[in-house]
Write a protein that binds this ligand. Structure first.
Ligand code: DON
Length: 313
């Protein structure tokens, strides 16, 4: 049996990690495909742990909002599964891709069925489903609604400048969309579907908010969190399995080896890690490695998980 989380010890460990990360020289490089991400200061580091019970524990820049980017793919998946259940898996696979998140080659070999929901084409199919089921006339994005509800933070915004830049530079994602349309795996309008995807990527949240919003994945579903009662424990287990195998793209194996927890990263520099039965961890630092994962966020989660003996193994 794993020991329950000790808030004082966890907070002290978070403070030590934040202090160490503040002095770290090798911080990776910020994403530079859009100015809004390229201009974020590299010298930031934040971390938060949301225990199953009680308030989040936060250190460093854990209250600074950042672009959640691909972490939004987890929330999109939750919503799409609520709408279509296991039929989703006819359109999206459940295998790691071993390729970069925006790769196009595998999609051609595999006739427009993306390997998993966490690479871009998989997330675009998920967005197609979310958009198809969005009630007519609703003026907020379903992923934004879910994030606000789970984090108890109605002020969470979409960063409209990030969104405009994502749309302006989004040809590769639209190409993925049109290719899948040609293969019969997209039903809606590709421009509208990719814009819905870009909008969810452009949500800005802090480590504290994101830790609260992902805590249900540590709680095990089924009544553990009244805000997301529809997510069964079986579904929670499966989302965690996908995060473990596919959540950090072509570095997922390495991350599982180093950290031993289901993780999901985004090019804004955030990483979510789930400790089943204990809580969720979110670390953020904008500098990325060559695979698009935050250098310091991964290092911090690794140190925390080892320090407190948190692992699913
Ligand atoms: O889809 C894109 O290209 C961007 N919105 C980046 C998404 C993302 O975070 C991928 N990876 N880490």
């Amino acid at each position: 049996m794993r020991k329950p989380l000790d808030p004082e010890r966890t907070q002290a460990t978070l403070n030590e990690i934040a202090q160490r990360m503040a002095g770290e020289v090798n911080r990776g490089e910020v994403a530079d495909y859009i100015p809004e991400l390229a201009d974020v200061s590299l010298n930031q580091f934040g971390i938060a742990v949301a225990p199953l019970e009680g308030p989040p524990l936060v250190a460093g820049n854990g209250d600074v909002p950042f672009s959640i980017q691909s972490i939004s793919k987890v929330f999109g998946l939750v919503i799409a599964l609520e709408h279509v259940g296991a039929t989703l898996w006819r359109r999206v696979g459940r295998e790691p891709s071993g390729d970069p998140f925006n790769s196009i080659v595998q999609l051609e070999f595999e006739r427009g069925k993306p390997r998993n929901p966490f690479i871009n084409p998989g997330a675009i199919v998920v967005s197609d489903i979310v958009l198809e089921h969005q009630p007519d006339g609703s003026d907020t994005h379903p992923v934004l609604d879910l994030c606000r509800r789970l984090a108890d933070a109605p002020e969470i915004p979409v960063d409209e400048d990030v969104f405009a830049s994502e749309v302006a530079t989004g040809d590769r994602n639209r190409a993925l969309g049109y290719f899948m349309l040609a293969e019969g795996n997209i039903k809606g309008d590709v421009r509208a579907v990719t814009e819905s995807y870009f909008r969810q990527c452009s949500i800005a949240m802090s480590c504290r908010q994101l830790a609260k919003a992902t805590r249900f994945l540590a709680a095990g579903g089924e009544g553990q969190d009244a805000k997301i009662a529809a997510v069964t424990s079986e579904r929670v287990r499966r989302i965690n399995a996908l995060m473990m195998t596919c959540g950090c793209y072509d570095a997922s194996g390495e991350v599982a080896f180093r950290i031993g927890l289901p993780c999901k990263s985004g090019v804004g520099g955030g990483v979510v890690a789930i400790v089943p039965g204990i809580g969720s961890i979110v670390a953020w630092s904008p500098g990325l490695d060559e695979k698009g994962n935050s250098v310091l966020a991964l290092r911090a989660i690794e140190e925390l998980a080892h320090g407190l003996d948190w692992s699913v193994f």
